[in-house]
Design a protein around this ligand. Structure first.
Ligand code: NAP
Ligand code: MG
Length: 500
């Protein structure tokens, strides 16, 4: 029997002692995701089931914010293209989709979900290249969650009699939708899936900086055999969004984006009988009591604001911490963010990827400068940033007061403002003292306190001892300047139908 003996000398070169850079962060070898995103060099509009050139003949560039390189050219739609998209959507509603039984519509939605799952890695890489989010986010959250939304709504399409017990439901007709750049594919799924399950047809505009996964999804819609005109995509900047929102055909408008643009849309549709859903900005409070499991809370806080570079409408951008544990939580947070990896979004070890655009980086930098100027104390780790592309270090502000801009205005970047409180009532008062009302988080060991807080916090979602958790069955939406209407769950479906 051969025996195994340890070699006296290894032929492998001695591994250098792991290097610590800047004191705290261990250097890993690069580990980029290598799946082929299968990008085209040029993307046309998707109207009536076909890719068509824009009437203007013009295209704009979509760049990779991680290195500022051009990824593809995207068609620049005009008002005439938007009109063509709406005419196609109306014909598809009148002749095909509006007449199709729910069980038939369900088959298309199941097909779309499965095709997206089949191409999940390709879509994850495309999403990361175009938008800058870490591959672990697009791979583990955005793409699977988008597929889950199609599956969930496929399940509803033949059970619509149970959406509003005792009532019958009917589709509204054609729907106009506009989405932002922070979750391009997921926001698309949130909007398309319930609209289609209910029997509506759609014209949708993605954000100018992140149109690619929307146009890749158009390929899936073709492969799924979706009848022409049921879904139409028009690309371009805000003027195209305005044309989508101001067209006479849609019976319902659904917009996700900033409160500022939401208000413009509200003004422009006032006096019409169009139904509306607005999903707008947020300034969520993450509230940590002294009896909370602090290590778990610190992970939740980090997940709540640094996840996806803080490009999250429901980001826990204000931390309200109970005074007895304030110092302890701040120290833990500093230690935690020192080891967050900022860099190449395609690398599987990256925690914080690229800021979506130069414009957004400028906004974040200006807000952080205002925090310093108004007297809050800033902490940033010294991590190295890539030489090209748009990056921002995770940033903590302590000593923040309610009057500071960083405590009131949405920053939409990896920046956390920390305030303290002494009593439950003070925590509720401070959390609700905002123009927004999208989400909140509560960390405590006491169930009774969770119930009290979730009743008194004026926020559409309240997470308890966790943060940023989503499910297609759970409605999402805001109060006050965070908008109205819900997306997801039975409530989201009700926003896409009329009750008869
Ligand atoms: P934004 O400037 O309002 O843009 C959102 C979308 O609206 C983009 O497609 C944009 O086009 C388009 N648009 C711009 N001007 C328009 C107009 N006058 N009429 C119609 N459409 C117009 O928002 P953003 O800065 O891209 O996105 C970040 C904001 O979205 C944040 O405030 C965030 O909180 C919010 N958000 C909310 C939710 C939610 O569910 N509540 C989810 C995600 C994001 P272009 O950008 O292509 O020019
Ligand atoms: Mg881009």
């Amino acid at each position: 029997m051969p025996t195994l003996t340890a070699k006296k000398t290894s032929t492998r070169p001695a591994r250098p002692a792991p290097e610590l850079i800047f004191g705290d962060l261990w250097e890993f070898d690069p580990s980029p995701e290598t799946a082929d995103p299968k990008l085209k060099t040029r993307y046309d509009l998707f109207i009536n089931g076909q890719f068509v050139a824009p009437k203007s003949g013009k295209y704009f560039d979509s760049i990779n914010p991680a290195n500022e390189r051009k990824l593809a050219e995207i068609a620049q739609a005009s008002a005439a293209d938007v009109d063509a998209a709406y005419q196609a959507a109306k014909a598809a509603y009148d002749n095909v989709w509006g007449k199709l039984p729910g069980r038939e519509r369900a088959k298309y939605l199941f097909r779309i979900a499965r095709l997206l799952q089949d191409r999940a890695r390709e879509f994850a890489v495309a999403e990361t290249l175009d938008g800058g989010k870490p591959i672990k986010e697009s791979r583990d959250f955005d793409v699977p969650m988008a597929a889950a939304h199609f599956f969930y709504h496929a399940g509803w399409a033949d059970k619509l009699d149970y959406v509003a017990p005792g009532r019958r439901v009917a589709p509204l007709g054609v729907v106009g939708q506009v989405i932002p750049w922070n979750f391009p594919l997921l926001m698309l799924a949130w909007k398309l899936a319930p609209a289609l399950a209910m029997g509506n047809t759609v014209v949708l505009k993605p954000a100018e900086t992140t149109s690619i996964t929307c146009l890749k999804l158009a390929e899936i819609l073709q492969d799924a055999g979706l009848p022409p005109g049921v879904v139409n995509f028009v690309t371009g900047a805000g003027d195209v969004g305005a044309a989508v929102m101001n067209h006479p055909i849609p019976a319902k408008l659904s917009f996700t984006g900033s409160t500022e643009v939401g208000k413009i849309i509200m003004r422009s549709v006032a006096g019409t009988d169009k139904k509306m859903t607005l999903e707008l900005g947020g300034k969520a409070a993450n509230i940590v009591f002294d009896d909370a499991p602090l290590n778990q809370a610190v992970e939740g806080i980090v997940n709540g604001i640094f996840f996806n570079q803080g490009h999250v409408c429901c980001a826990g951008s204000r931390l309200l911490v109970h005074e007895p544990v304030a110092e302890q939580v701040l120290t833990k947070l500093k230690n935690r963010i020192k080891v967050l990896r900022v860099g190449d979004p395609l690398d599987k070890n990256t925690d914080i990827g690229a800021i979506n655009s130069k414009e957004q980086l400028r906004k974040i930098t200006a807000m952080v400068a205002s925090g310093v100027k108004e007297g809050a104390e800033m902490f940033q780790p010294t991590c190295r940033l890539p030489p090209k592309g748009f990056y921002f270090r995770p940033t903590l502000f302590s000593g923040v007061s309610m009057s500071h801009r960083i405590a009131r205005e949405e920053i939409f970047g990896p920046v956390l403002s920390i305030l303290t409180f002494r009593t439950v009532d003070e925590a509720i008062e401070k959390a609700n003292n905002t123009a927004y009302g999208l989400s909140a988080g509560v960390w405590t060991d006491k169930g009774s306190r969770i119930l009290k807080m979730s009743t008194e916090l004026k926020a559409g979602v309240v997470w308890a001892n966790t943060y940023n958790k989503f499910d297609p069955a759970s409605p999402f939406g805001g109060y006050k300047e965070s908008g109205f209407g819900r997306e997801g769950g039975r409530q989201g479906l009700l926003d896409y139908c009329k009750l008869i």
